[in-house]
Write a protein that binds this ligand. Sequence first.
Ligand SMILES: Cc1ncc(COP(=O)(O)O)c(C=O)c1O
Length: 464
Amino acid sequence: MRWHTTAPQRAAQRLLRRPRLRPTTRPARPAEARPATRLHPPGHRPRRIRPSLARPRLPGAGASFRISPVMKFSTRADRIEPFYVMEIAKAAQEMARGCADSDTPMIFLNIGQPDFTAPPLVQEAAARAVQDGATQYTPALGLPQLRERISHWYAQRFGVDVPARRIVVTAGASAALQLACLATIDAGDEILMPDPSYPCNRHFVSAAEGRAVMVPTTAAERYQLSADKVEAAWNAHTRGVLLASPSNPTGTSIAPAELRRILDVVRARGGLTIIDEIYLGLSYDAAFGQTALALGEDVISINSFSKYFNMTGWRLGWMVVPEAMVPVVERVAQNLFICASTVSQRAALACFEPESIAEYERRRAEFKARRDFFIPALEALGLPVPVQPDGAFYAWADCRAAAARLGVQGSWDFAYAVMERAHLAITPGRDFGTFETADFVRFSTANSMEQLQEAVRRLQRLLA
Ligand SMILES: Cc1ncc(COP(=O)(O)O)c(C=O)c1O
């Protein structure tokens, strides 16, 4: 079959190929202004894949709008690269329009977003809040009832005592991560994080004038930092670590004993530990599914209603912080956000009703079933997943052999070939770091079993 190339497809192609064709020509900045330091093992020379910071121009974009040549933007904004997962999603949407009426419409395995929506009780609570006019600002720290419900959740689910006064409700984990960074990082402070990791984290650090230090990780370490690596990377500028367990893009968690050792190393140096536990609710292995909050009150834990609670667009999350940090976060949150969405907060109270929890647990079982189907299928197709994910809904697959079968090199071109020739949107590894990320692609399994089965059939045909 020959694919007809439409204008949107060509735009997507331009977008996806941009980094290879247009390496940055930006003059070198002084070391202190550089966004991220990357540590690489001796002899490792990562391929430079940082793209131009220019926004891709999709058809029609900017047609009647010109920026004045005298307009100047901040170097802070300049340091922040696009979130390529979202840029690729835009390109995939464009391409999807071109094949919507074909017998193979685009299947989206690129975004980490549950295909489920909020369950009925939550929807009803949101509607009630709107009808009752209960839509005024809440306190900056969040609705007291919601902070209490979250506190009970920790007691019920994890057997951990987290007092409501340490819980801050935020506009998604994204706002929680920003608040954590702004409240703790000074200019020039360095934060260690694994390579690969969630792309926005390094930019949250950079927006707080700090420096993200990407520490390469291996499959043997479950793509997580180890105590030894934290110790080796620590220097006079290091302020702490930013971890995620389970991780995006790998779905792998830090082994509990290793996390304890990391905390020991960090504490011995007076540093801070921020841990993103946004996927903790979607844990499939009791050996890993524990909150780091059980390990001490000094841990800053980030969480969200986006993933386990299936409420991505409701923009609601929370963080648990040491007691002394609450007034600091409150001050920053009052100024930056005033509060998280009141309607979402009122709706979220219903997330913790037994009926809603039963539904979330049914969905968690469904996510696990998808993982159990999809990962062996990928491996059978020559896309090995070096570490079985114990949580979340991702498969971090080595695409080297599969790319060679298609006559392309690197995850960027592989992802493009799969998008163009099989109409499967997936994410190249490059967004998540630089260490070996050109060899990996991320599949999101937050899609129906039928779509995953069809994706496997298309990959089978493509790679045959
Ligand atoms: C690891 C991680 N942290 C934070 C976020 C942001 O989540 P939220 O929707 O709660 O802002 C995401 C979103 O995909 C994520 O994967």
